[in-house]
Write a protein that binds this ligand. Structure first.
Ligand code: G3H
Length: 255
């Protein structure tokens, strides 16, 4: 029975891989809508993918979010990575402190016995202040390293859910509705064709860079994120998606 179930998941992974046109798909059994522990299992599956992908000189950019939190907390290794550098993918995006990219960066680096740098940038800065912070030499150095990252660990959010969680202004929400945003990842909002329609006010990775130099490991759970996963996949032509059956089956329904 267990073997048959696993075979079912393997063939679902093949189908989703073809739809998303990516390097690898891992599907965790269950649906987060019925079982909250699915997020932990996504974390464990993604931790394995990440550990397999890390090379001696990897630069890993880590985004925030509750699913990435579970990935980082599932990392178990006796190996040390003294040449690896872990960085936050972006400055704070108004997550709880335990889910912020900076916290997860420090936690992951400690587990890997790797190096890390943080982006300590306050929330809610005006665009003008953000531009002047961006020019600070230390921040600039860290940003330049982030832009060289070759692995990006990130969550994918449903745009409608993220605007509420991030407490965005009504004017921004209306704008995103008009632009038909369906996905949020790394502070970028995308429409269903994977086009960037809005960028959060924060500093860090450039989504465009993912298509060129980095291997994204993207995690997401739930039917409500299916459209967002499809949109994000249109932005990248490589990388690995780790999701639950709930998201996977809805991706098939939508395509
Ligand atoms: O950018 C997307 C969000 O970080 C996803 O967050 O994993 O907590 O749903 P989540």
């Amino acid at each position: 029975m267990v073997i048959r179930n696993l075979r079912g998941l393997y063939s679902l992974e093949d189908i989703i891989k073809k739809i998303l046109k990516c390097d690898k798909v891992v599907i965790v059994s269950g649906d987060i809508a019925h079982n909250i522990s699915v997020r932990e299992n996504i974390g464990k599956a993604a931790a394995k993918v990440l550990l397999n992908k890390i090379g001696n000189n990897s630069i890993i950019a880590v985004a925030g979010g509750s699913t990435v939190y579970h990935v980082v907390h599932s990392i178990k290794t006796n190996k040390k990575y003294p040449e690896v550098l872990v960085l936050p993918a972006r400055g704070s995006l108004r997550n709880n402190v335990e889910y912020q990219a900076n916290s997860l960066t420090a936690k992951l680096a400690t587990k890997l016995e790797a190096n890390y740098e943080l982006l300590n940038i306050p929330d809610n800065l005006s665009r003008k202040s953000l531009e002047s912070v961006r020019k600070e030499p230390d921040i600039q150095k860290t940003i330049n390293k982030i832009l060289k990252s070759n692995i990006i660990l990130c969550g994918i959010g449903n745009a409608n859910e993220m605007v509420v969680r991030r407490n965005l202004a009504d004017t921004v929400i209306e704008f995103l509705n008009r632009k038909e945003a369906v996905a949020e990842a790394l502070g970028y909002y995308l429409n269903k064709d994977g086009e960037i329609v809005y960028t959060s006010r924060s500093i860090g990775i450039k989504l465009e860079q993912m298509t060129k130099t980095a291997y994204p490991i993207a995690v997401a759970a739930g039917k409500s994120k299916a459209q967002a996963i499809i949109a994000f996949s249109k932005f990248i032509n490589n990388g690995c998606f780790i999701m639950d059956e709930g998201a996977a089956k809805e991706i098939i329904n939508l395509t």
